[in-house]
Design a protein around this ligand. Sequence first.
Ligand code: ARG
Length: 404
Amino acid sequence: MGDGGKHVVLAYSGGLDTSVMISWLKEKHGLDSIAVLVDAGRASGLEELRMKALSIGAVEAIVVDAKEDFAHDFLLPSLAANALYEEKYPLVSALSRPLICKVLVDIAHKSGANTIAHGCTGKGNDQVRFDLGIRALDPGLKIMAPAREWGMTRADALEYAAAHGIPVPLKKESPYSIDENLWGRAVECGPLEDPWAEPPEDVFGFTAAPEAAPAEPEYVEVDFAGGEPVALDGEEMPTVDLIGKIDARGAAHGFGRIDMIENRLVGIKSREVYEAPGALALIKAHSGLEDLVLPRELSHLKRGLEQKFSNVAYDGGWFDPLMEAIRAFMEVTQESVTGTIRLKFYRGSCTVAGRRSPNSLYDLSLATYGSGDSFSHDAARGFCELFGLPLETWAKKQMVDAGR
Ligand code: ARG
């Protein structure tokens, strides 16, 4: 590719903005684009989009199938951390950005390009994730985010496209901004900007409405080995397939819709709708299994670090050494997370209906209120006496001070 200063690796989505960008980068900066489409799952028509990039003038257009890497390097670690931002959002977009950064930086190195461009605007979290991810992987690369600077409205972009012969989809564009991958689907904008308005049904791409879901519940068994899901209903399968399968089963039962007001890193509260049946079902199953096998204090400390993990990932810190340290903790905790969870999907819900594990710490002889109880009731009396001693000492002093 030769002259690195003339080439820019562009995170290309195929949409209006990044299409305009190919022309704009050439016209304003004399840069030739290498357009990169990253397939992190739930993508379609990538070959057409690749051709479109070339037709607009990209010197090269590459489709990278990154589903395996996404599942193994990003989704499994997030599952180990039961990662949910603000206890609700399974980080669908936040996890794909560092993956895309890796792909872009890799292509920049291979092609000798010294600049990477992405299509993010200045209002979202994704710009932070791209900027930080690229800087963490190679601080020597230059980053351009044209949509942050060019001040084009949608009408401006359409006009620019028309003037430069950039193909624009004929059908009326959806009012929503959508991002999707193997872990779920994120939707914002349009009618969702009114937090009082219930999401219209056309927001949803693949989940059934709970009202329209089957009247019969469905059970799914998920086997875990060392914290990773390995089989559904006893059938072993690759992680990417397993995620896709459980996703489809949850979706059919109207499970996995999230409607939330989210605190963005850039200070804005936004209304977000997600569909993530597979991610949410796996997190439920995984944490349900952890309940059975992790000792109390470990489980409590892990919850705190799960939140930290989610915040760091959300804030674009995937490659931060803090993340590496948290992940090391998570990894140690996963050694005993082996066993089976039986999930029940029913009209918008997913519940843990059963759990079993060779590493279970559940001891019936300790837990039972029936016969065969081996729990020491004597010891319990002494335990309460000493455990309550500081409180009792305090209470007595209160009484003395009050002159009672
Ligand atoms: N608010 C979510 C996040 O920050 C989703 C962003 C989705 N991106 C998009 N361009 N629609 O992770």
